[in-house]
Design a protein around this ligand. Structure first.
Ligand code: CP
Length: 308
């Protein structure tokens, strides 16, 4: 088996373009397999994986769990809200107790930036970052770029606009790193208050006008307004945000070209996207979800190889 260059997937920043290409190649093979009547392969038989989620999730948690089952791994699931974390147990104690049960890999989502990086220095298992605070969400970026590659045949030279709440997004940062490693041009667009000050240093174009961003791009990846992370008001009201930055079918139809519309989910329907845009022929949102299983199978399979 070809191996990924790292024992963990903590972020996109520190993996190589060759790693991403290997993940895509492996994911394409797994996608073909999971569309067969018999969807399961024995690749991770006798490997035990713990899915440890300290934050809510629908897509990422279910998708990892399904990927693990398709690979014949044994899985255990932990959600902080009904665990002994509520009695004061620390992150390290929690994970060490899970590992004492002979777990080989940990998939972890945590609200704190750097939590999986911290763990990787203290435990022996392979770690996959399933989202750390507002920092990175590497498997989301891999499934997003895999989906663009599948739709357009290449990332090289393609123009991708990431639109919305960039400030609170872990998807934005991982996408910027992945898109640039694969040769795409990246624009970020949103109200000035939702674009972090450091963003221009990442070699991206900054745009405040959503119509101009849509006219520029081949692909629009629209991000959710993350109200749960906003301690202060960044814009007057959701109605006003929707008026200036919301994307609807009328706006998409007014462009003199076809663009690909993406969203990592969950969608705030009627805020960043109206239903007639989210469910239109432009949208590949459910393809992203489908590809998430194959991409996560590839990541787990290749990391298990890296450990051996
Ligand atoms: N895209 C994403 O991370 O969705 P969940 O929060 O539902 O996992």
């Amino acid at each position: 088996m070809s191996k990924i260059s790292q024992p963990h997937l903590l972020g996109i920043k520190n993996i190589t373009t060759k790693d991403i290409e290997l993940i895509f190649e492996t994911a394409a093979n797994f996608k073909e397999i999971i569309n067969r009547p018999i969807k399961k392969v024995p690749s991770l038989r006798d490997v035990t994986i713990a899915n440890i989620f300290f934050e809510n999730s629908t897509r990422t948690r279910l998708s990892f769990e399904l990927a693990e089952k398709r690979l014949s791994a044994d899985t255990i699931n932990f959600t902080a809200s009904n665990s002994s974390v509520k009695k004061g147990e620390t992150l390290l104690d929690t994970v060490n107790n899970v590992l004492a049960m002979k777990v080989d890999m940990v998939v972890m989502r945590h609200a704190s930036v750097g939590a999986p990086h911290f763990l990787s220095k203290h435990i022996k298992a392979n770690i996959v970052n399933a989202g750390d605070g507002t920092h990175e969400h590497p498997t989301q970026a891999l499934l997003d770029t895999f989906s663009i590659h599948e739709k357009l045949g290449t990332l090289s030279g393609k123009k991708v606009a990431i639109i919305g709440d960039i400030l609170h997004s872990r998807v934005a940062l991982s996408n910027i790193f992945a898109l640039q490693k694969l040769g795409a041009k990246v624009m970020v667009c949103g109200p000035p208050t939702l674009l972090p000050k450091y963003i221009a240093s990442l070699n991206v174009t900054v745009e405040y006008d959503v119509k101009k961003a849509l006219e520029w791009c081949d692909v629009a990846n629209v991000l959710r307004i993350q109200l749960e992370r906003q301690q202060i008001k960044y814009f007057p009201s959701l109605r006003e945000y929707s008026l200036y930055y919301g994307i609807n079918k009328k706006l998409l139809d007014s462009l003199k070209k076809e663009i690909v519309l993406m969203h990592p989910g969950p969608i705030n329907r009627g805020v960043e996207l109206t239903s007639d845009a989210a469910d239109s022929h432009h949208s590949i949102i459910l393809d992203q979800v489908e590809n998430g299983v194959a991409v996560r199978m590839a990541v787990l399979y290749l990391l298990a190889g890296a450990a051996g």
